[in-house]
Design a binder for this molecule. Structure first.
Ligand code: G4P
Length: 279
């Protein structure tokens, strides 16, 4: 889904988040493992202070496994409980429940000391658009659980999904707004396809991607597009165009078509498992 963010939209998202955060013990933040920082909005740290925190490194199937491990370590060091997963296939989803219990250990202990019994942990999934929040909620909660009715204090139309006797999840994810104002964040979101392609310069974006791949994944382009890698990004885009027979009338190279192919193949993981941000 493509969101057009404007101040009104952002204010509404922030207000809803503030309301819902009051109801929960744990924030489950979904990020895209290919851009674990650029797919976050650090405002959630302020909004969610005093809550238990988890990070789901989602789409880890598309990201570089060595980098996944480094990012897992990075966020763990920052005090998050981290699970690496692929919400689409379900891989890693079974690890979430035990980590929820671990993340909320203090709350469980506190309840016990106060004599409160059987109060379930309440959690909410949050993240910027397209990171896989809904896919995760379906994979995690989907078939197994009955929804509970509306309860006081929950924004109208929202429900808790009972995962088991210990854990309840708000059925609608909280949407965080991306940090577009940072140019490099915008470019990375565009590369993974989280922005409306119609407003982007896809050729410029492809050149940036080619430069990055040559620098950080040397040999990967040579292999897929049978080209000679170099610092000359335009020469590499020309080679992709030739390799894929992207020609306009008069046999001129069609850079727009080549850019589309490159970006599409990157986004689908066909070029390889690639992480755009190093931990
Ligand atoms: P959101 O609620 O955060 O906005 O994201 P959503 O669940 O709608 O997921 C966005 C897209 O990402 C979906 O693809 C979804 O299938 C895909 N996705 C979610 N998790 C993973 C994952 O771990 N790995 C991979 N490879 N993809 C994932 P789509 O293009 O909208 O639909 P479709 O391709 O599934 O038909």
């Amino acid at each position: 889904m493509n969101y057009q963010w404007y101040p009104g939209h952002m204010t509404k998202a922030r207000r809803m988040m503030q309301e819902n955060i009051k109801l929960i013990d744990l924030i489950i933040e979904v990020v895209d493992a290919r851009i674990p920082l650029s797919s976050r909005n650090p405002d959630i740290d302020e909004l969610g202070k005093n809550k238990a925190r988890m990070i789901l490194l989602n789409k880890s199937d598309l990201a570089d496994e060595r980098e996944n491990e480094k990012w897992q370590e990075y966020f763990t060091q920052k005090g998050f409980h981290v699970v690496k997963m692929n919400a689409k296939s379900g891989a890693g989803v079974k690890n979430v429940l035990p980590v929820i219990m671990e993340a909320c250990k203090e709350k469980i202990e506190r309840d016990k000391q106060r004599g409160i019994k059987n109060r379930p942990i309440r959690a909410m999934v949050v993240g910027i658009p397209n990171v896989g929040k809904s896919t995760f909620i379906n994979a995690f909660a989907g078939k197994a659980c009955a929804k509970t009715g509306n309860k006081p204090g929950v924004t109208k139309g929202k429900q808790w999904i009972r995962i088991n006797k210990n854990v309840e999840l708000l059925d609608t994810p909280g949407i965080l707004w991306p940090k577009f104002e940072d140019q490099s964040v915008g470019a990375k979101l565009a590369m993974i396809g989280s922005m409306n392609d119609q407003i982007l310069n896809l050729e410029e974006l492809s050149l940036e991607l080619l430069g990055y791949l040559h620098k950080c994944y040397e040999g990967i382009l040579a292999q897929r597009y049978e080209l000679e890698e170099s610092e000359d990004r335009l020469a590499m885009l020309s080679a992709v165009a030739k390799n894929r027979n992207c020609l306009k009338k008069g046999n001129e190279l069609d850079y727009a078509k080549a850019s589309n192919i490159l970006l599409e193949e990157f986004r689908n993981g066909k070029i390889g498992r690639i992480t755009l941000e190093q931990a």
